[in-house]
Design a binder for this molecule. Sequence first.
Ligand code: 13P
Ligand code: SF4
Length: 367
Amino acid sequence: MNMREEPPLPLEPLYALSDEQLAERIARAKVSLGESCVILGHHYQREEVYRFADLTGDSLKLARLASLRPNAAYIVFCGVHFMAEVADILSGPDQAAILPDLAAGCSMADMADLPAVEDAWRCLGEWMDVERLVTPITYVNSMANLKAFCGRHGGTVCTSSNATEVLKWAFAKREKALFFPDQHLGRISAYRLGIPLEEMALWRPGEPLGGLTEAEIRKARIILWDGYCSVHQMFQPAHVTLFRERHPGIRVVVHPECSFEVCQMADALGSTEGIQKLVRESPSGSKWAIGTELNLVNRLKGEMPDKEIHFLCPTICLCSTMFRIDLAHLCWILENLVAGRVINRIVVPPIEKEQARLALDRMLSIT
Ligand code: 13P
Ligand code: SF4
């Protein structure tokens, strides 16, 4: 896709520019790229980048929206690696998904890799007929090859907004589910479907038989991968208690990547899109404590001065990888595109793409 085999324009000189200068150059590059380029901004993006997004949303909404822009040859994803992979999977063959900084990964997605999941599948297979009894489900925050794994084993993908519905589908089909990489999303979603905690097991990759006994595996309806989001695990039950004591009438909404206890104590759970919708639609004067990444909470605070909006944690909880996407990287990508150079393209290999697409399509048909 790199039309001219010339080296990319360098990134380093852009760091000498002020935010205003970078913003001016980004705006100019956007005009010159026109409809050929669409910029997607996840809700956790820093404000100065977010304001250049043509489309904003949670991870899945963004990928879906991108697939509705067939004229855009370039999909610049201001988010993290797995999101750009999903954009590549769902977009057309002539579209390039681009991640402005290749180091913008997701620490939770990195907690499950294909060899470890295949090993778990093989171990479980020693005790039961996995293909008949177990549905593998991967949270969208995962590598494309795990989505492909789910595709070829009759499983699917879920997001933070549809995990319960997806699990319901899975349990109607097979007795058990293997859920990765986020144990918290899996636990709260299964619990809300009526599965008791005693029928959930935690699979610790690297330990023999995931650290479980045969009896625990046989009893489990859902086997949860021992993965979590380091940002959302910062929110603690004590924070919820404190806000309720200090701010009578406050409502607490958290992302389901928070711990089971925090999710159970909250008044509502929501994906990043769901949280925004809930707070925006609440009456003027409402009080909210929000348990998700700081950039999103600060944006809502700025947008709705008529509501009292608090960040649920006393310390700063930023997604440090998402934070890597800054004005310099965005400018660098766009100016290279203007110069005919496609850099930082995320390409999912064809077979993986086909199987991952199967898993994603299953999810789309369930929800
Ligand atoms: P959403 O899909 O709700 O945007 O969440 C993505 C994410 O990474 C939350 O930590
Ligand atoms: Fe991954 Fe957590 Fe960042 Fe979301 S907030 S992208 S789960 S590290």
